[in-house]
Design a protein around this ligand. Sequence first.
Ligand code: HSE
Length: 408
Amino acid sequence: MKKIAVLGYGVVGSGVVELFYKNKEKIEKNTGTELDVKYILDLREFPGDPYADKVVHDINIILNDPEVGYVAECMGGVNPAFKFVSSCLEAGKSVSTSNKQLVAEKGDILLQIAKKNDCNFFFEASVGGAIPIIRPLHTCLAGNDISAAAGILNGTTNFILEKMFCDKMGFDEALKLAQELGYAEKDPTADIDGADACRKVCILASLIFGKHVYPDSVYTKGIRDITLEDVELAEKMNGSIKLIGSTKRLEDGKILSTVMPMVVPEESLIAHVNGVFNAIMVWGDGFDKTMFYGRGAGKLPTASAVLGDIIDSIKSEHTVTSHEWVLDENTDFIANIDSLVAPRFYRTDLCTSEVYENAANAAGVTVDQIAEGGCVISNCDNKTADTFAKALEEAGVKVVSHIPVMAD
Ligand code: HSE
């Protein structure tokens, strides 16, 4: 009989326990062993909960119990999660986590501790909720040179943007609904301002490119400034606005990682990803591109990924080494946002096509699309985009919004 401990009995932790007992028989058949949840660590008591007798308040009970070989960390945050997870790994207990902040900030250290102690630190649930993305990157797609990954990595903002786009719902009302449905982070600014998606980009970038990419290396801009007018203009130009997380190896070999609102043309599959769903497009030399899609947040979808990791830990006798990256203190491999090359969407005061064309000529780009109150110009870097905006301003046209366009 193998024993599991769950750290944190909030939305995800309680989902892990619920899904485990719902499918216990199948999971035991899959792993070929009897299993049980022995402890649930939380500061609170849960009177009346069917698993209240498993609740403990001291991590040492778990650390000192040799029967517990597998730990699901669903607490969130870095403190005390980092201390608890490192102690579990040092005691040879494999850990599965849904905690993207922990992986984004301390993943390199925790992977090393796991390797030293011949156990696993798994984090499938940290990116894309239920979507299998971490494991495919280092197993199914491992025969490729992966050059980029990009997509919708935050369910809350996608839900809010969809409510603005389809239901013309106000920002605050949509956010409140996302919180009620358990999608938003405890502090929703992490969703709105892009920190949550940034952490997920760090994890994807680190795994794909093999060096730890920290949150401060990712250009991050949230959706706070996106207005209904932006959304409506994008729609007129056959696009929608999505918060896109992206990491990409540029021609000079540097890695450009970003989180920002982007206009996504209607013909892209990403444009049709709505609600709390996430989608991640991955590009590689052998397979061209592939997209992963599914529920990116919520109790049972996230629990599904945590449990999958536990099952994998039980089946992997030793550390899975394909699943690691190293710390490189020299950050020369990180590209600056000025290296971004993309078409640009502008919302402006009323303006004639002639003025747009003249500004485009001044910047050396072409105008690809025009609608009343805005246009899209061809692929360019930030400096060229600034030259275009300046030319418009000099012609007396105010630029209200400038949003890069996602090209796939
Ligand atoms: N707040 C996150 C989201 C939860 O909305 O995507 C899943 O990471």
